[in-house]
Design a binder for this molecule. Sequence first.
Ligand SMILES: [Fe+2]
Ligand SMILES: [Fe+2]
Length: 370
Amino acid sequence: MVSYRSFCFEAERPGLSFLSSGFEMLVHFVTDEPTKIPAIRAMLEPRYHVVPQLLGGGDTQISSNGVLVVDADLRKAVRVEQIRLVLQELSCVPEKLFVVQNHVRSMVAQAYALGATAVVSRPREIIFKLAQIEVVEKAAQTDLAIASPEIKESAAAFASMFSAIRGAKPIKLSDAEHGTSQIISSIAQNGLCAWLDDVRRYHEGTFQHCLLVTGVAVGFALDIGLAGPDVERLGMAATLHDIGKARIPLSILDKPGRLDPGEEDIMRRHPVIGYDLLKDISGISPEILDGVRHHHEYLDGSGYPDALMAPEISDPLRLLTISDIFAALIESRPYRPAMSRQNAYNILCGMDGKLERSLVKAFRNVALVA
Ligand SMILES: [Fe+2]
Ligand SMILES: [Fe+2]
């Protein structure tokens, strides 16, 4: 499995591969104690490439790959704030290890609150953790090497957009257009089944979801015979529909299992966030903005964020909502198996009143056959 955060790195530094001989995994070492830097270097180099950073000592070297190791006194508020800023800069780095004295429970909690993915009590344990991560990353890169060019290119386009948003940079509409056109050509040539299987094998999390929704929406549009420009517009709306999730904390976005009510409330902001991120981009069509803001609306007014009723919900939006729900149900997650397409379609059929019945009926061919 390749996470979208791994792809951030691929997108920014094309051609650099874990598979090349002599690759050293990056270790961003963040500390408040200068004497710890030579110690960690002595322990990890030359197997890993250590990039040290002293808290409060200058700019963070932006990266989206490797592992972040934080060894600092979390009892000091000023340190916690400095770490928070560094973590924002390195939000694309997937693994965050914190070195915390085992007996100080409050610091362990603080580390996880800051976004730690693992806590170790002694620097020596870092070696073991890094070796585990390295194995997983290399396996992911092997998967990436055999993925189709359309998947690689569309995933790189998603990575570029998410990375831009997380880094407070402008989104390039050309990324979305390129990613969408790759998906359209792949599905037109190889069909939806191949796309769904490949995406679920090579991606996870939000990237997998966006690639699946776009594939399903494009497959749906082609199946019912929409004209080329309409397919492209629907594909673009699907590509961008969850772009607002780039501003949702990863602890919520990637949380296994159910969100609590507070987290759910934050998650439900993503359509408006996405709309606000895109609304001033020149050349973006009203239909795409409508899809981004309103893909969680239902015909009976029970959706969000604007509780629209049926007359306010356009046909393309109805197609997008069906595609979004179906794709979410058939996603493969590390903590639960993918639902069968038949079961997912049965759930759509049970949402009478919320989704347009005739479109759900038309979607049967896409859901079960295409
Ligand atoms: Fe969404
Ligand atoms: Fe979605």
